[in-house]
Design a protein around this ligand. Structure first.
Ligand SMILES: [Zn+2]
Length: 413
């Protein structure tokens, strides 16, 4: 079965990276299932469309309702919460939002972002497909959500109800929506004539230059460049007028877009836009050349990680993991690292504690388990949060322990 581009329907032929077979990264399991049930592995391969330059996963046949038990609460990372608060303040100032303004967030999660607008007296509404997560937003932050998947028909329906947003926040969701054209087509109808939509996403250029192959996992359909996003927005009646570069998720972009016919502009944001357009062109993202060097990176990373873990074991030393993010499951499965090399990992999220990582069956404990066992090394799986984690675990240094990251290169520090 040949895949076709999820946006422009051209045939997909050029492989950017092939990670073989992998379980779905959020299919954590409890011990009874680990002992008695198998787990299905699916192809994990990203290709680039040579017509619209959208990097995307190959089509994988999965059972119905496959991704449904995926419920992610955003409120467990302190640096992420701080990032959201900063975003809300900056947008109020930049766009002059006040008590007459309306902010709509697509994939509003547990309300961690909209709460800051609401507390400033601004009208807010969320769209959040997961019912229990939306209920949490209502209970803890008093934020109303439409419990549905966003797309053209919901956009039209909300417009019919008089919704016209001055700001639409669409942060870290675009990569996760299977029908990207339908999703983006829903934005125009609910955006006020001079409104702004901001779209944040991990920058493909960073993934390619920093060897971040572990950001590839099944729930993450797209790996977005400014080039591909501008094209998608353009075909849906929206134009990018500005850009910011962020250090979240290993290097992200925040795109500012408006209706194509709107006069909204911002000189400082436009300068960064030009800069990143040029950087992408220089790297070759508008030709196959830009994508062809990435395929070898995962194998180099795997070899270094395995050498390190094998050396630790042979030396009679100890190591554990910190974090149980989707990206950790990609690198551990791709590298074939099980509990024989990494006996446990830890995570602050209670939903993951007591479970086992998909595929590799490494148990997940509360981070207190690190202090109790005093390992020689702590492998930080969410390397994008390394500074925050090293601070939280400062007592590791007290017993002479060291930290390790595997991306962009193996580093012990
Ligand atoms: Zn395409």
């Amino acid at each position: 079965m040949a895949s076709e581009c999820r946006f422009c329907k051209s045939p997909l032929e050029h492989v950017v990276v092939d990670l073989g077979l992998s379980p779905v990264s959020n299919h954590f399991r409890d011990s009874s299932r680990v002992d008695h049930e198998g787990q299905t592995f699916y192809p994990l391969k990203a290709l680039v469309c040579e017509s619209c330059w959208l990097v995307q996963l190959s089509d994988v046949e999965t059972p119905p309702h496959f991704y449904e038990d995926y419920a992610y609460f955003s409120s467990f990372s302190t640096s992420w919460l701080a990032h959201s608060e900063r975003y809300a303040k900056e947008m109020q100032k930049r766009l002059g939002l006040g008590s007459e303004s309306f902010v709509l967030e697509l994939a509003s999660n547990d309300g961690y972002l909209l709460q800051h607008f609401k507390n400033a007296g601004i009208n807010v509404l969320g769209v959040e497909p997961s019912e229990n997560v939306a209920a949490y937003a209502k209970e803890h932050h008093g934020i109303d959500s439409i419990v549905e998947f966003f797309g053209k028909s919901l956009g039209d329906e909300l417009r019919g109800k008089g919704i016209s947003a001055d700001l639409i926040c669409c942060n870290n969701v675009l990569a996760h929506v299977p029908d990207i054209r339908d999703f983006v087509s829903g934005i125009g109808p609910v955006l006020s004539p001079d409104g702004t939509v901001t779209i944040e996403f991990p920058h493909l250029l960073q993934m390619l230059t920093q060897g971040q192959f572990d950001t590839v996992y099944h729930e993450h359909y797209f790996y977005l460049s400014l080039l591909s996003v501008e094209r998608i927005l353009g075909e849906c009646g929206l134009a990018v007028y500005g850009l910011e570069q962020l250090n979240t998720h290993g290097g992200s972009l925040r795109v500012f877009a408006k209706h194509t016919e709107s006069d909204v502009s911002d000189e400082a944001l436009a300068a960064t836009l030009t800069e990143v357009r040029n950087a992408e062109a220089e790297f070759g993202l508008n030709s196959i050349a830009g994508y062809s060097g990435f395929a070898a990176r995962p194998a180099d990373c795997k070899a270094d990680l395995l050498s390190f873990l094998i050396d630790v074991r042979k030396a009679g030393k100890t190591v554990c993991g910190y974090g149980a993010p989707a990206k950790g499951n990609t690198i551990l499965n791709y590298s074939g690292v099980g509990p024989e090399l990494l006996p446990f990992t830890t995570d602050l999220s209670p939903q993951k504690q007591g479970k086992f990582l998909p595929g590799v069956n490494i148990p997940v404990f509360h981070p207190d388990h690190i202090k109790a066992t005093r390992p020689d090394y702590v492998l930080i799986l969410p390397w994008n949060l390394r500074e925050e984690i090293v601070q939280q675990l400062s007592d590791v240094r007290d017993w002479g322990g060291q930290f390790v990251v595997a991306i962009p290169e193996l580093e012990i520090f």
